[in-house]
Design a protein around this ligand. Sequence first.
Ligand code: SAM
Ligand code: SF4
Ligand code: F3S
Length: 473
Amino acid sequence: MELYANDTKTHDESRQGEAFESNSPKKHFNKFFYVESYGCAMNFADSEVVASILENNGYGSTRQPQQADLILVNTCSVREKAEQTVRKRLTEFKKLKQARPGLLVGILGCMAERLKAQLLEEEKLVDIVVGPDAYRTLPDLIIEAGTGQKAVNVILSRDETYGDIAPVRLDSNGISGFVSIMRGCNNMCSFCVVPFTRGRERSRDAFSIVAECRDLFEKGYKEITLLGQNVDSYYWNNPETNVSVTFAQLLESVAQIDNSLRVRFSTSHPKDITDEVLFTMAKYHNICKYIHLPVQSGSTRMLQLMNRTYTREWYLAKVARIREIMPDCSISADIIAGFCTETEEDHQDTISIMKEANYDYSYMYFYSERPGTLAAKRYEDDIPEEVKKRRLQEIVDVQWVLSNESNKRDVGKTFEILIEGNSKKSDQEWMGRNSQNKVIVFPKGNHSLQKGDYVNVLVNDFTKGTLLGTVSE
Ligand code: SAM
Ligand code: SF4
Ligand code: F3S
């Protein structure tokens, strides 16, 4: 079970499993691929790299699996439920394959990396298995699979960043784009499978990042989200000049492209976000005042078992520092309920840290043991499922109250909104976000506005996850 008190684009549950299509003219292609993506924003960004590789090899994208010559599923392993969802989809695609011999099905991403050839050899669910660092070899693997050979490449790399590949934007709104700035993760949070599926951390060439952001801006994009599992540890050393670039410097360079280009980033590890980053955020109006700062637990004992390398007090001091430097900054968190040995007292520490940090929203999960992780090796997954679920529900209930209060505080305030498109419910309403990443819906009225415009909106009400307002005259 995964529960959300709000949604942001980097954690958008509504995107899970969605199939995307590029705008490239179909007539250029005589073969088509269909890609479905799961997991974090980095996986969605990777699907755009894969789309670029495939388009350069004669495959166009389609949103119809029935029309595809190649079906790809870009997968997530972070929790067991994520893997179950993918298995179900692969079983459905297997049926499609039986009806259409010649159709190839491939698995990409973290589940491919974790299970390696198992889904191909033992379960015969797929023809192609490609790990996150091996997408360049996909065209060769397609040829191999086409001749009936086992097509598997799950080799992790220490330097692959796909920095030279211009991603093909899949079904983007043309306003907000994701740009990967690094890959992998060197933290060894004991519950987490990511270091095993994504490999060692490496930072992408800063010039290629800024060039990609500038290109997006020139194409009309107004918002860039810089992506990495731990963006604050971004560190790129220019091999030609031996000059290094930190995350704060990179953030500044992207912000300087144009002050009408909004910049966001995700995710920050509390141990790595520096004052330099906070002051850079404060200095630029177009760097959004929103930090996703996963806490995981409010108990120092749990944090130690989780190998998060900070204490409760250290985390709260970081929150205080953010608020001191940027009083208008919103903060969200990831929280895990029911990690190994968690007592009711530890759980209450999580409840109380949520209140003290006063999160605007949170992404809340119960602990799901992942094979091969440090926790799976060292600790027993000893909290009964009903206890995990009860604690998670209590956490969710607290977050609803906090989110509600946060929204209430916004009533009467005017925010600068970037219009992303029509609201989900009506084409008579615009939907956009403020700098703090809150969704705002407001009537179009007679104002001559369009997608991508900035407009000041006065908030007069709110529903569960959305602020409601009117254009401020
Ligand atoms: N790199 C980010 C960080 O350090 O916070 C997030 C990475 S992970 C993809 C996103 C979130 O999934 C984590 O912050 C954590 O709350 C949750 N998560 C990771 N492993 C989990 C597990 N085994 N069970 C439940 N939730 C998990
Ligand atoms: Fe996983 Fe921790 Fe790395 Fe985040 S920082 S990806 S939670 S190991
Ligand atoms: Fe999932 Fe892999 Fe992202 S495990 S959360 S898709 S890095």
